[in-house]
Design a protein around this ligand. Structure first.
Ligand code: GLC
Length: 421
């Protein structure tokens, strides 16, 4: 075990709040949905029971309709805005009212593969909840074909340029006064602008105004966009969930039908002008016209093609450390601002799974090497400038530590020794 492996474990342990892990101390003081699934994957490298427990606390916050919320506010923390009082979902524990990328089934499958015998019972208990969550995605968010999001935060790629056209239609004139907390923790130039934040809050206020009725939010809410990122993550997760179901002796035909429907919807998010998968404003039918990490998650779902391969290499070769979250040759590219250009180790780890399955070992090795270098040079930061490696956002980040342990840092000592020989 290397010193960085030990430090990565330490990050997970220190961010453990007793059964759930915060993304990082200060900036994100609660349990976040997909962060938590990555935390579980990280814990699985040295503490399998703790890994299962992480997924259990996450799924325990599931709503009656099957949604697993994007934040679970276990203990109130004044250092974060918008907190439970703003979301006002009337749940115990308090939660937000939207979801987040459903990576849990895919990562549960990886954890279970490490723990098939002992993990079988824990998996069996989680399985019905995972199925109910996937059904929620199918019924409530795939009504237009591809997976839709009702708030940019639901995408997990909060501030990416994909959402700009949808955000432009959000009226924020009535949001009123509030105090942001994020800009007190990290450099404001890396965070969303005030105008963007006003719109985020306006969308939350709409959810509150309809009592978080998901059907009304989809039908009448201020924002509804098809998200290639979630579409591919969900498609992959349906497949992984079906594998888990089969291993548990369950009938998985319903899950398989969701996957088939979703795959059949992929042409709806292929933008022929952009030559890539693209986000789409479902209120207007307009494409975002933005190439970014959502499109490249197609690898995870086995949905890439030669055009996308060419785009991937173009954007990757334009930076030093891949894969940039937005196109470096586009005007909106901003190498240090949230999701508008930076490289996110955690997203790289998902793409690497897809590239590996596609037999692109050369690309997996390159991506792993570049991701590992970022972490070796600067530590477990939230994300990085893809041109000069500047560490950005929060430090001691759970998911960056987790993907170091599960992927980027794996066998790194031996690889470096080989390289030097
Ligand atoms: C930011 C990210 C989101 C993540 C959260 C906690 O909001 O955009 O994906 O889940 O931070 O790390």
């Amino acid at each position: 075990m290397t010193m960085l492996d030990e430090q990565a474990r330490e990050v997970l342990r220190r961010n453990d709040r007793g059964g759930y892990t915060v993304p990082t101390d200060g900036l994100y003081p609660y349990q976040w949905n997909w962060d938590s699934a990555f935390a579980a994957w990280g814990f699985a490298t040295f503490d399998l029971p703790r890994a299962w427990q992480e997924l259990e606390t996450l799924m325990a916050a599931q709503w009656d309709d099957g949604m697993v919320p994007h934040i679970i506010f276990h203990r109130s923390d004044p250092g974060y805005f918008p907190g439970p009082d703003v979301w006002a979902t009337n749940r115990t524990p308090a939660t937000s009212g939207i979801s987040q990328p459903p990576v849990a089934a895919s990562l549960a499958r990886l954890i279970w593969q490490e723990d098939e015998e002992m993990g079988q019972a824990r998996l069996a208990a989680l399985y019905p909840r995972l199925v109910a969550w996937h059904r929620w995605w199918h019924d409530k968010r795939c009504t237009h074909g591809p997976a839709a999001i009702t708030h940019p935060w639901e995408s997990g790629r909060d501030n990416c340029p994909d959402w700009d056209i949808g955000m432009a239609g959000v009226d924020s004139s009535g949001v009123g006064e509030y105090t942001r907390r994020d800009t007190g923790h990290v450099d404001p130039s890396m965070r969303p602008s005030k105008a963007e934040y006003d719109r985020y809050i306006a969308m939350v206020q709409f959810g509150v105004s309809v009592g978080w009725d998901q059907q009304r939010i989809v039908a009448e809410g201020p924002f509804l966009m098809a998200d290639p990122g979630i579409t591919f993550i969900l498609l992959r997760a349906h497949q992984d969930l079906a594998v888990l179901g089969r291993a548990l002796g369950q009938d998985v035909s319903e899950i398989e039908s969701w996957a088939m429907e979703l795959r059949n919807a992929l042409p709806l998010i292929w933008n022929p002008v952009l030559q890539a998968y693209d986000a789409k404003n479902l209120r207007t039918g307009e494409f975002a016209g933005v190439l970014g990490s959502g499109a490249f998650l197609a690898y995870l779902a086995g949905a890439a093609n030669p055009e996308l391969d060419a785009q991937l290499m173009r954007v990757w070769d334009a930076v030093q450390y891949g894969i940039p979250s937005a196109d470096p040759e586009a005007e909106i590219f901003d190498p240090r601002r949230y999701w508008r250009g930076p490289a996110w180790p955690v997203v790289n780890s998902l793409m690497a799974i897809g590239l590996r399955d596609a037999g692109r070992d050369d690309l997996v090795a390159r991506l792993k090497n570049e991701t590992a270098e970022l972490i070796e040079r600067h530590g477990f930061f939230e994300y990085f400038d893809p041109i000069d490696a500047t560490p950005c956002g929060g430090d001691n980040f759970t998911w960056t530590a987790a993907i170091w342990l599960t992927w980027a840092g794996k066998d790194r000592g031996e690889e470096r020794a080989k390289g030097a020989a």
